[in-house]
Design a protein around this ligand. Structure first.
Ligand code: COA
Length: 324
């Protein structure tokens, strides 16, 4: 008998404030045209004053539980992917546990920046396969608006806030790629590229939370190459090929990265879920947001083969192949 971690529900939350590209024209030397042409981004959501990462994560988790028809107190574990937690500790996942009443669940944060949701999914899969948990909430939630330098046009226009969540549950499979659930994962890190994408503050250095710094064009180069490679590696591990893919659900950083990666993976853009125009880059929240929106749009159906892939600061990158 093979155990699989199967998706039972999905949900998301976006803060109510929508920030169109034009708002940045008053802050830095940029234009709506430049942002659309170079990134595909048209607007993003920013959290309200006082609205935290765990607030948004809890709303997304409740939506996913409602979609699954599963009660919060039957959840065994909560994994929250975030680089923008409410406090240095405790983990924002523990605040979600309290807010949604998931009293039986152990809860912790996963920090792999924009690859965080892929890393959290792979870890949740491992917890389910090892029998340590049967039902897991896997959440991605970020308030990147709080770590942006609004004088740096190369970064402040790119990011947004939001949250998305999945409910995973252990189920019996046949051990073949026809099974529903997570079929393969591939995780990678190269810590030599820290200078390309980092936050210039932290607890044990400056004692501040710092601001995001990025060499965008260098990150771009790594992204296209590494995302296609990890996508192929995960498909190989699942004994599948690009031809089997129904949807790529990529990290939503830049439409040009998404398109170039799809081309390298030989998957047409009609099979790619794209939400970057509406959300910007929401870091660890972007994949679960795209999964939730993709399902709500009627794109993703039960039985579809999905590849999710992401890269971020570290550099860390990875992919998960799953049948919805
Ligand atoms: N508006 C107008 N001009 C801008 C700008 C903005 N918002 N941001 C950067 N520019 C300028 C640069 O200053 C530079 O000007 P210069 O030639 O006078 O020095 C010019 O555009 C080209 O810069 P470059 O960084 O080479 O542009 P690019 O085509 O690579 O696009 C990014 C910049 C940031 C959009 C792009 O590199 C990118 O998306 N990189 C990946 C970022 C990412 O996804 N990171 C997260 C991964 S998780």
């Amino acid at each position: 008998m093979t155990i699989r971690a199967v998706v039972r529900g999905v949900g998301h939350y976006l803060p109510s404030r929508v920030v169109p590209n034009a708002e940045f024209e008053a802050l830095v030397d940029t234009s709506d045209d430049w942002i659309r042409a170079r990134t595909g981004i048209e607007r993003r959501h920013f959290a309200a004053e006082g609205e935290t990462t765990s607030d948004m994560a809890a709303r997304a988790a409740e939506a996913a539980l409602a979609d699954a028809g599963i009660a919060a107190d039957s959840i065994d574990a909560i994994l929250l992917a975030t680089s923008t937690p409410d406090l240095t500790f405790p983990a924002a996942a523990t605040m979600v546990q309290r807010k949604i009443g998931a009293s039986r669940a152990f809860a912790f944060d996963v920090q792999a920046v924009c690859a965080g949701f892929v890393f959290a999914l792979a870890n949740a899969d491992a917890l389910i396969l090892s029998g340590q948990a049967r039902r897991i909430l896997v959440i991605g939630a970020e308030t990147f608006s709080r770590i942006l330098d609004f004088t740096d046009r190369g970064t402040c226009v790119l990011f947004g806030d939001g949250a998305g969540a999945l409910v995973l549950e252990a189920a019996e499979g046949t051990g073949t790629p026809a099974d529903r659930g997570i079929l393969a994962t591939d995780l990678n890190t190269d810590g030599t590229h820290q200078d390309l994408l980092y936050v210039d503050g932290g607890v044990s250095t400056t004692g501040t939370s710092g601001q995001l710094r990025m060499q965008g064009n260098q990150v771009f180069r790594h992204a296209v190459e590494k995302l296609a490679a990890t996508g192929h590696a995960a498909l190989d591990r699942a004994q599948l090929t690009s031809a089997d893919v129904d949807w790529i659900v990529p990290h939503q950083a830049n439409l040009r990265i998404i398109a170039a990666t799809a081309q390298r993976m030989q998957v047409p853009m009609e099979k790619v879920v794209v939400t970057v125009q509406d959300h910007g880059n929401t870091s660890a929240a972007s994949i679960p947001l795209a999964l939730s929106v993709g399902k709500a749009r009627g794109q993703i159906h039960e039985g579809d083969l999905l590849v999710t892939e992401a890269i971020g600061g570290g550099l860390s990158w990875g992919a998960v192949v799953l049948r919805w």
